[in-house]
Write a protein that binds this ligand. Structure first.
Ligand SMILES: *[C@@H]1O[C@H](CO)[C@@H](O)[C@H](O)[C@H]1NC(C)=O
Ligand SMILES: *[C@@H]1O[C@H](CO)[C@@H](O)[C@H](O)[C@H]1NC(C)=O
Length: 468
């Protein structure tokens, strides 16, 4: 076992100890504490604590990263949202299946059966409303200005392809289109319930290395169904090889991050004049409050920080690739492209300077047979998860799901390629290690989402404190 794995074991072990150590404690008092009191202090005994991450992210990284992500290079992402779901046929999009039921208005129903059917049509009405809302809010705005359309034709010349962690999203397909991420923010869409549940379930159940013998659903949303005791579940997780556990934690962190966004950009009010989006504390508490979630919430938040650290580390490792003089953030506007590259490098240097990086060791980078096998396992599972994203019924959720899995996949590709990056020529083409525009855009946008989540946690912490 090389130093890299040893390090990872240390990190995970410390996090695990931290979470189990708190399990016996009395429930803390305030709403804010119930979400956050267990999410503080050291994530790892030698280096990283949550407060340092918060300060570093919220004040130094987040503002600059936002600026970068608003630039043309990063706001347009090419994606094929029309690929069929490879695993099942019945993606119940609203208006297709359940929601196609058109219930009677209560005055159309004869009095005699009204009392019996009233409840049904009420429910059905609500369902339709919910679905219509999900469809409207989930729609992707595909409009691009003519100028942009011309520009992107040029960008494609700068695209490249290579083998990847994620299903290369056949961006050559005529169905693939550029979408403007700024026009399509990730926010509450009303896409929840059985369909959304099924997606996460398949991801956790079939793609997180779960052995057949474990009956308890891995999906944290599934509490109460086929439950085995929490201790059995967590001792199983502890028994897993550390890298597979890391995989589970990354997925859980991604899930948590998405839920933070949905709670922070909740559709609070809708009138014919405007829609009002904002923080919904109740929604946040339902997903992260230690008591309401039977202890799961704080764990999810810790996994979010774990994901943050992994992506942060990948970004610090990939700096040499972007530093090469040949590399450009090509959009055709020379001055702006250069400015953006400077901003990008500034951000990456800032990331590299993060004081508590676990930077000394290689991680996921052993050249042993075992490590190779593991890398392959990770890659297969990851590709699978990105294909599952084609089964997401809500298009906007599909867009962000695909982008974030591709971004995380790119981060893993970087961590697994440490040696290749180290051997990269200082100038000229790099054949051994390369990132496509798609990978670069998804990597930074995905990290931008996690960075936003960490920032939003501060907002929720303040909001929760203010209601007490
Ligand atoms: C906040 O979310 C909860 C569900 O968690 C919902 O019942 C409530 O209506 C939402 N509040 C607002 C103001 O939309
Ligand atoms: C891929 O996902 C499908 C559907 O969830 C599952 O049946 C299959 O076992 C998965 N394969 C891998 C390698 O994870």
């Amino acid at each position: 076992m090389d130093r890299g794995w040893g390090f990872l074991i240390g990190l995970l072990g410390a996090v695990w100890l931290l979470s189990s150590g708190h399990r016996e404690q009395q429930p803390p008092e305030t709403a804010a504490q119930r979400c956050f009191c267990q999410v503080s202090g050291y994530l790892d005994d030698c280096t990283c604590d949550v407060e340092t991450i918060d300060r570093f992210n919220n004040y130094r990284l987040f503002p600059r990263l936002q600026k970068l992500l608003e630039s043309d290079y990063f706001r347009y992402y090419k994606v094929n949202l029309k690929r069929p779901c490879p695993f099942w046929n019945d993606i119940s999009q609203c208006g297709r299946r359940d929601c196609a039921v058109k219930p009677c208005q209560s005055d159309e129903v004869p009095d005699g059966i009204k009392s019996a059917s009233y409840k049904y049509s009420e429910e059905a009405n609500n369902l339709i409303e919910e679905c219509e809302q999900a469809e409207r809010l989930g729609a992707v705005d595909e409009s691009l200005s003519e100028e942009t359309q011309k520009a992107v034709l040029q960008w494609t010349k700068h695209d490249d392809s290579s083998d990847n962690f994620c299903e290369a999203d056949d961006i050559q397909s005529p169905d693939a289109e550029y979408v403007d991420l700024l026009l399509n923010p990730e926010r509450y869409t009303g896409y929840k319930g059985p369909d959304a549940w099924k997606i996460w379930n398949v991801i956790y159940e079939e793609n997180c290395f779960k052995p057949q013998a474990i009956k308890r659903p891995l999906n944290p949303l599934a509490s109460g169904q086929g439950k085995i005791s929490e201790n059995t579940f967590y001792s199983w997780l502890e028994g897993l090889c550390v890298e597979k556990r890391a995989f589970y934690r990354l997925i859980s962190g991604l899930h948590a991050s998405i839920n933070v966004h949905l709670s922070a950009r909740y559709l609070l009010q809708e009138t014919w004049l405007e829609k009002k989006w904002g923080h919904n504390i109740t929604e946040f508490q339902q997903r992260f409050d230690g008591i309401l979630t039977e202890g799961e919430g704080p764990r999810r938040l810790k996994n979010l920080y774990f994901l943050y650290l992994i992506e942060l580390r990948a970004l610090s490792k990939v700096l040499p690739f972007f530093e090469r003089p040949d590399f450009q953030l090509f959009t055709g506007n020379k001055i702006q492209d250069e400015e953006n590259k400077m901003l990008l490098l500034e951000i990456l240097h800032e990331i590299k300077s993060f004081p508590l990086h676990f930077d000394e060791n290689s991680f996921f980078a052993g050249d042993k047979k075992e490590a190779h096998k593991l890398k392959e396992d990770f890659r297969l599972h990851f590709r699978n998860i990105s294909r599952i994203m084609d089964c997401v019924g809500c298009f906007k959720c599909r867009l962000w799901g695909k982008l974030q899995t591709q971004g995380l996949g790119t981060a893993l590709k970087i961590l697994f390629s440490e040696k290749l990056i180290a051997n990269m020529p200082e100038s000229g083409p790099s054949y051994e290690f390369h990132l496509t525009r798609q990978e670069i855009v998804s990597l930074f946008n995905a990290f931008g989402r996690i960075s936003t989540s960490v920032k939003e946690l501060e907002n929720f912490r303040n909001l929760l404190q203010s209601i007490h």
